[in-house]
Ligand binder design. Structure first.
Ligand code: HEC
Ligand code: HEC
Ligand code: HEC
Ligand code: HEC
Ligand code: HEC
Ligand code: HEC
Ligand code: HEC
Ligand code: HEC
Ligand code: HEC
Length: 422
């Protein structure tokens, strides 16, 4: 009875499994490989495949044929028929027609939704607002169209590391043209964006440390609407990620004066492609100060710069002292936990006061630096206490050891003395 039940249930399980597997298999098949694509078979046979063709192309994987883009009849094995205009064959699109060619599907929300419910369908509209799109429309054949950035026959989903527009690959994709100095000279544009970017905090974070949170070219310029950000929008472009800096800066009188005088927001002090890690001497009145570019000795900006730098440098020094004392406490094996927490808080204050620089208001910076100073002073005091306790304990231990030795010595002689007497 038991064995029969066992066989029965195993058979049922096995059938369900195989059946499910078969369904899944056919499902995949209908979704991925088109039933007939004689365009592909013939082109493969005669070894006339388009440049950069991949079987893993996103369109191919979605079951589209060569004819989905080029038109024609993919069921015919006769070239004359398959590639006849009567069957809708349009051939190779001219460069200026490519946006419309891709837009046939990508601007059609009803069509695209079937494949990806959330895919955007505004690429073509956006593209025509970009410098590339405007110039293409005006007949310039050097600018980027869809296939320049995406290729035509080896396209991958944008999140796939093989995609030409996968985040880590974007700088090189743009650089194909923007790094071409001959080409860029015609437009009076520099061709060093990638070179500069690679040395910037952002480029190092993205290209060397694979930090996908750092901006690539498209994060600042847009994917399809690529334009240099206008003067009024630079702070917003940077502010997408550095929101506090933007908020503080935008609320200042200086920001308004910047806009009126055509100064380029954040870029004015940090640059665009070459943004470096800021240092405290960028503020103040020394030779690396940005403030003295525009402010002269005695004016309100100059005074503010001096005061803010003084505050930050004082906190930084105090923080460094506290950190080295804390190290000593740790080396001596004393209780360092509370001091560690204090230093974490002080570090936050230091970071925040550097962000508060963007209020360009000493009174606002002082609130944080004062808070930080109170904490570092407390940390220094606690460290000193632990260190002095260490010495007290050590001296105490030495005294105790000495006393112990004296007693042991005395006992020894006492015993010896007794033995002698015996
Ligand atoms: C029986 C073979 C055969 C079939 C089927 C076939 N082609 Fe071709 N195709 C060719 C050959 C050969 C050439 C290159 C010579 C020429 O242009 O006649 C070519 C050229 C092309 C070109 C380049 C034309 C140009 O102007 O440079 C495209 C695009 C193309 N085929 C697309 C398709 C599409 C789409 C289909 C299916 C609807 C298809 N082909 C079906 C043989 C074929
Ligand atoms: C996603 C749309 C799309 C699909 C699918 C597509 N093509 Fe193309 N094809 C283009 C575009 C756009 C161009 C012109 C831009 C370029 O030269 O890269 C082009 C150019 C060509 C050319 C001429 C340039 C070259 O690289 O040789 C040939 C030949 C060609 N395609 C054949 C094919 C064949 C064969 C297939 C099917 C395997 C196919 N295409 C599938 C969009 C497509
Ligand atoms: C200057 C380069 C460039 C050009 C030109 C370009 N794209 Fe893109 N495209 C990108 C980048 C970059 C992404 C996004 C990558 C990401 O989201 O990380 C993208 C994303 C996409 C996506 C994914 C969905 C989305 O919108 O994020 C589609 C679809 C697409 N592009 C189609 C097109 C079409 C169609 C054209 C022509 C009208 C075109 N692209 C022109 C660079 C370009
Ligand atoms: C015949 C309709 C059609 C044409 C024409 C077409 N595409 Fe597509 N494309 C699709 C579909 C459908 C998908 C979604 C496939 C999926 O996700 O399964 C897609 C996906 C993409 C993606 C990947 C989006 C993602 O998920 O990240 C890019 C990029 C893209 N297409 C670019 C292009 C470019 C560039 C052209 C023109 C050279 C083009 N397409 C022409 C139908 C088309
Ligand atoms: C096929 C070549 C090509 C590719 C690829 C390309 N561009 Fe361009 N781009 C150009 C040309 C040519 C111009 C000059 C048009 C003009 O300014 O008149 C231009 C102009 C621009 C401009 C406007 C510059 C100005 O001040 O006039 C920006 C911004 C830009 N591109 C960003 C990008 C970004 C970002 C990418 C990559 C996502 C990219 N481009 C990819 C060729 C290209
Ligand atoms: C952190 C944001 C940011 C990143 C990342 C970035 N750009 Fe820019 N880009 C800007 C700003 C800001 C401007 C200048 C706008 C102004 O002041 O007129 C600019 C200007 C440009 C221009 C106009 C010519 C010039 O050099 O002034 C081109 C072309 C350009 N960028 C291409 C690129 C390319 C290619 C990449 C990637 C290698 C890139 N950008 C990365 C912010 C960025
Ligand atoms: C897509 C998000 C993003 C955008 C847009 C962006 N940044 Fe950044 N930025 C980052 C990230 C992430 C880092 C940290 C990189 C690292 O690990 O050092 C960073 C670092 C910095 C730093 C160094 C901070 C430090 O303490 O070391 C400065 C300065 C900076 N960015 C300025 C700018 C400016 C100016 C712009 C606009 C022209 C800009 N950023 C646009 C994400 C962004
Ligand atoms: C690109 C030029 C430029 C740079 C660089 C610059 N400033 Fe200014 N700053 C101005 C202008 C213009 C004004 C407005 C002057 C006015 O209207 O009286 C201003 C005003 C000020 C004010 C007065 C604001 C008020 O509320 O009245 C202070 C404070 C100030 N700047 C501090 C700084 C500090 C600190 C730095 C360095 C981190 C700096 N500025 C860098 C151009 C600049
Ligand atoms: C007038 C010059 C000036 C302008 C304009 C300016 N900054 Fe700064 N920024 C500085 C100085 C000076 C420091 C360094 C403070 C320090 O380290 O003591 C700094 C530091 C930074 C830092 C690192 C400290 C932190 O907050 O993490 C970032 C990020 C930053 N700025 C982003 C921006 C952004 C984004 C904008 C535009 C909204 C901008 N800055 C506008 C002068 C400026």
């Amino acid at each position: 009875m038991r064995t029969r039940f066992f066989y029965l249930s195993t058979t049922v399980l096995l059938t369900t499994f195989l059946f499910g597997f078969a369904i899944q298999k056919t499902d995949n098949k209908t979704k991925q490989a088109p039933k007939v694509d004689n365009c592909l078979s013939c082109h493969k046979d005669i070894d006339d495949m388009p440049q950069g063709y991949s079987d893993y192309d996103v369109h191919r994987q979605a079951g589209l044929t060569c004819a989905s883009c080029h038109g024609g009849d993919p069921s015919s094995t006769n070239q004359e028929v398959a590639m006849s205009p009567a069957k809708g064959y349009v051939g190779v699109p001219k460069r200026k027609d490519i946006p419309k060619f891709c837009g046939k599907c990508h601007s059609n929300i009803d069509y695209m939704r079937v494949y990806q419910p959330r895919i955007a369908t505004d690429q073509v509209t956006q593209y025509y607002t970009s410098m590339h799109g405007k110039k293409l429309m005006a007949g310039d054949e050097n600018v980027a169209e869809c296939a320049s950035c995406h290729t035509a026959h080896g396209i991958f989903p944008v999140k796939d590391p093989r995609s030409t527009v996968y985040k880590l690959n974007i700088p090189n994709t743009c650089n194909k043209c923007h790094g071409n100095s001959e080409l860029m000279k015609k437009y009076n544009l520099p061709s060093n964006q990638l070179e500069e970017y690679s040395k910037s905090v952002h480029g190092i974070a993205l290209l060397k440390q694979n930090d996908l949170g750092a901006p690539a070219c498209n994060d600042c310029h847009g994917n399809h609407g690529a334009m240099p950000p206008g003067i009024t929008s630079i702070a917003h472009v940077c502010g997408m990620c550095h929101s506090s800096n933007m908020e503080y800066f935008n609320a200042t009188k200086m920001a308004k004066a910047f806009a009126e005088q055509d100064f380029h927001g954040c870029e004015q002090c940090h640059g665009n492609h070459c943004v470096q890690k800021p240092t405290d001497d960028m503020i103040g009145v020394g030779k690396n100060s940005k403030c003295v570019d525009c402010h002269d000795k005695g004016d309100v900006g100059y005074v503010a710069a001096e005061k803010i730098e003084g505050e930050i440098v004082q906190l930084k020094n105090s923080f460094d002292t506290a950190t080295s004392k804390w190290e000593e406490v740790r080396q001596k094996g004393m209780n360092d936990v509370d001091i560690g927490f204090l230093l974490q808080d002080a570090k936050q204050d230091l970071i925040q006061s550097r962000t508060l620089v963007h209020t360009f208001d000493p009174a606002k910076v002082v609130v944080k630096t004062k808070d930080g100073m109170d904490i570092t002073n407390k940390a220094i005091m606690l460290s000193d206490k632990e260190i002095s306790e260490y010495y007290t304990r050590r001296n105490g231990f030495a005294a105790a050891t000495l006393a112990f030795l004296v007693i042991v010595g005395a006992l020894y002689f006492k015993i010896k003395d007794r033995e002698k007497r015996k």
